[in-house]
Design a protein around this ligand. Structure first.
Ligand code: G1P
Ligand code: ZN
Length: 543
């Protein structure tokens, strides 16, 4: 056994996006592609010597082979130990927890999140830091820079390590510790939520459907909901992780989780429904005949978190990504705690969480989480909802309606125009950007433009500045729309149009969302010409 040094050269297109590097699987499988990127990560973090890492992923196609490469590269570069989820499986929040629990130097997460998996779909790799959170921009920039100058990578010549049995083996001088991917995470959940109360609720006939979408949350949800909390067997559906997610698009929203939606809107609907994404960090929650928009979910969780044991002392603050609705801000204001508006992507919450300035965080893209880990956490959100339902003894519909009566309602929707040619997307965004300065005061659809800017964020903890995080147009009545390009797609450009309108109530709290937003939708088209320039009749996905 020896260390191989392989000559290589930079490969185009290794710039990490909103959440790590995501590419078509076949591209990741090309010679040197994965190796170059892993070497760039190890170089950017100052080498692997003496370090301990966590490794796992959502089990998608190519992950078993990728895990072996990462292990051999860590071994060749002097890492002391790598903690691997059995069969290289770990949900993203569980990986974040293991990084923190074992006080490691970081971790590799093999996932393309909610993007489909398989030889013709997507693969991804992300590095998380010692705090358990995604690498900040300073590090992802350094990784990208390293991919541009790379000349060689090093890997240990050895047989594949058996990752199917729990226990420790050696890979040359490095310890490979294969661990149960679920146990520590499930234990953490038990410290945050009132498991006896939840068990009692299930024992009294409360029914739930959890759609794991053939992705990583299946084993976690089965252990926690069915085994530890006694939910009826069969509560978890699509519970076995498959390399291609059974052909599903493992994105928990009303469009892709349509089976769950129809179950929840059927006459025999259970009391509560939830779904999670490929790597287990996203969640969608649904009541009987009641869809909960993620922005509303964040607001309801913020208002009610104190009902769960882990948050009984109250929260210190809440952060949301800029395109997320301002519903949570209203709750924070009432609670007298701080609220923050960050760019899209969980990495921007890390500093606020580490500095103890926020307890809860959320994004409109079906992501919610807290300071228990440094990633969004799908099952955590589901358990917090369950804890709130158990305490309030009300239905999801009743809780939501009461919330809107109390705070007013931020009508909200996101329209995605997917796989646009790059030049078309750039023309739309560039065109609006060029006109930002002249928009204030313009009247459209009975509304007046109050402000128009390109969102720039100064991190309140370390002062770092992130520019060009989305174009936002605000109206004097508090309505707004935001336009930005996706940083996670792997095909062409995806343009996201985020729409929001506030209604104080008591009237007008039960409108159809798209109808309520119609003036904002029309104003956005009049200013940005998305349909006109793209030639599309409308968005592909509406959430
Ligand atoms: C999308 C979501 C964003 C989320 C990210 C990773 O990124 O919009 O909120 O953090 O996935 O799950 P985008 O494709 O918009 O860059
Ligand atoms: Zn995800």
């Amino acid at each position: 056994m020896s260390i191989l040094t392989v000559a290589t050269q930079p490969i185009e297109g290794q710039k990490p996006g909103t959440s790590g590097l995501r590419k078509k699987t076949r591209q990741f499988m090309q010679p040197h592609f994965l190796e170059n990127f892993v070497q760039a990560i190890l170089d950017a973090i100052g080498g692997a010597a003496g370090k301990t890492f966590v490794l796992g992923g959502d089990g998608r196609y190519f992950a078993p082979q990728a895990a072996q490469v990462i292990l051999r590269m860590c071994a060749a570069q002097g890492a002391a130990r790598v903690i691997v989820g059995q069969n290289a499986l770990l949900s993203t929040p569980a990986a974040s927890h293991l990084i923190r629990l074992n006080k490691t130097d970081g971790g590799f997460i093999m996932s393309a999140s909610h993007n489909p998996g398989g030889p013709d779909e997507d693969f991804g790799l992300k590095f998380n830091m010692a705090n358990g959170g995604p690498a900040p921009e300073s590090v992802t920039d350094a990784i990208f820079a390293a991919t541009r100058t790379i000349t060689e990578y090093r890997l240990f010549e050895a047989q594949n390590v058996d990752l199917s049995s729990i226990g420790e083996t050696m890979l040359g001088p490095m310890v490979v510790a294969v661990v149960d991917p679920v146990a520590d995470y499930a234990d953490l959940m038990e410290t945050l939520f009132d498991f006896p109360a939840l068990s009692a609720m299930f024992a009294s006939g409360f029914r739930m459907q959890f759609d794991a979408m053939c992705a990583i949350t299946g084993p976690y949800a089965t252990e926690i909901l069915e085994h530890r909390l006694g939910a009826t067997p069969g509560t978890v559906v699509n519970g076995t992780p498959l390399p291609d997610f059974g052909g599903m698009h493992p994105d928990p929203n009303p469009v892709w989780a349509h089976d769950l939606m129809s179950a929840m809107f059927s006459p025999d609907a259970p009391d509560f429904g939830a779904a999670s994404d490929g790597d287990g960090d996203r969640n969608m929650v649904v009541g009987r005949e009641t869809y909960v928009a993620p922005s509303d979910s964040l607001a309801v969780l913020t208002a009610n978190a104190h009902l769960a044991p882990g948050y009984r002392g109250g929260i210190v603050g809440v952060a949301r990504s800029m395109p997320t609705s301002a519903a949570a801000d209203r709750v924070a204001e009432r609670l007298g705690v701080a609220s923050f508006e960050t760019p899209t992507g969980w990495k921007f919450f890390g500093n606020l969480l580490d500095a103890g300035r926020v307890t809860l965080c959320g994004e409109e893209s079906f992501g919610t989480g807290s300071d228990h880990v440094r990633e969004k956490d799908g099952l955590w959100a589901v358990l917090l909802w369950l804890n709130i339902l158990a305490e309030r003894r009300q239905s999801v519909a009743e809780i939501l309606a009461a919330h809107w009566r109390d705070y007013g309602r931020n009508y909200y929707s996101r329209h995605d125009y997917e796989a646009l040619p790059d030049d078309v997307a750039n023309r739309i965004v560039g065109g609006l950007q060029a006109r930002l300065g002249e928009l204030a005061g313009q009247e459209l659809e009975g509304m007046t433009v109050a402000s128009a800017d390109d969102f720039s964020y100064t991190d309140p903890v370390d002062g770092s500045v992130s520019e060009h995080q989305g174009l936002r147009i605000g109206f004097t009545d508090g309505s707004r729309f935001v336009i930005r390009l996706s940083g996670t797609g792997t095909e062409g450009a995806t343009l996201r149009l985020y729409l929001e309108r506030y209604v104080a109530g008591p009237d007008g709290l039960d409108l159809d969302v798209q109808e309520a937003l119609a003036p904002v939708i029309d104003a956005a088209e009049a200013l940005a010409h998305i349909r006109e320039i793209s030639g599309r009749e409308g968005p592909q996905v509406i959430t």
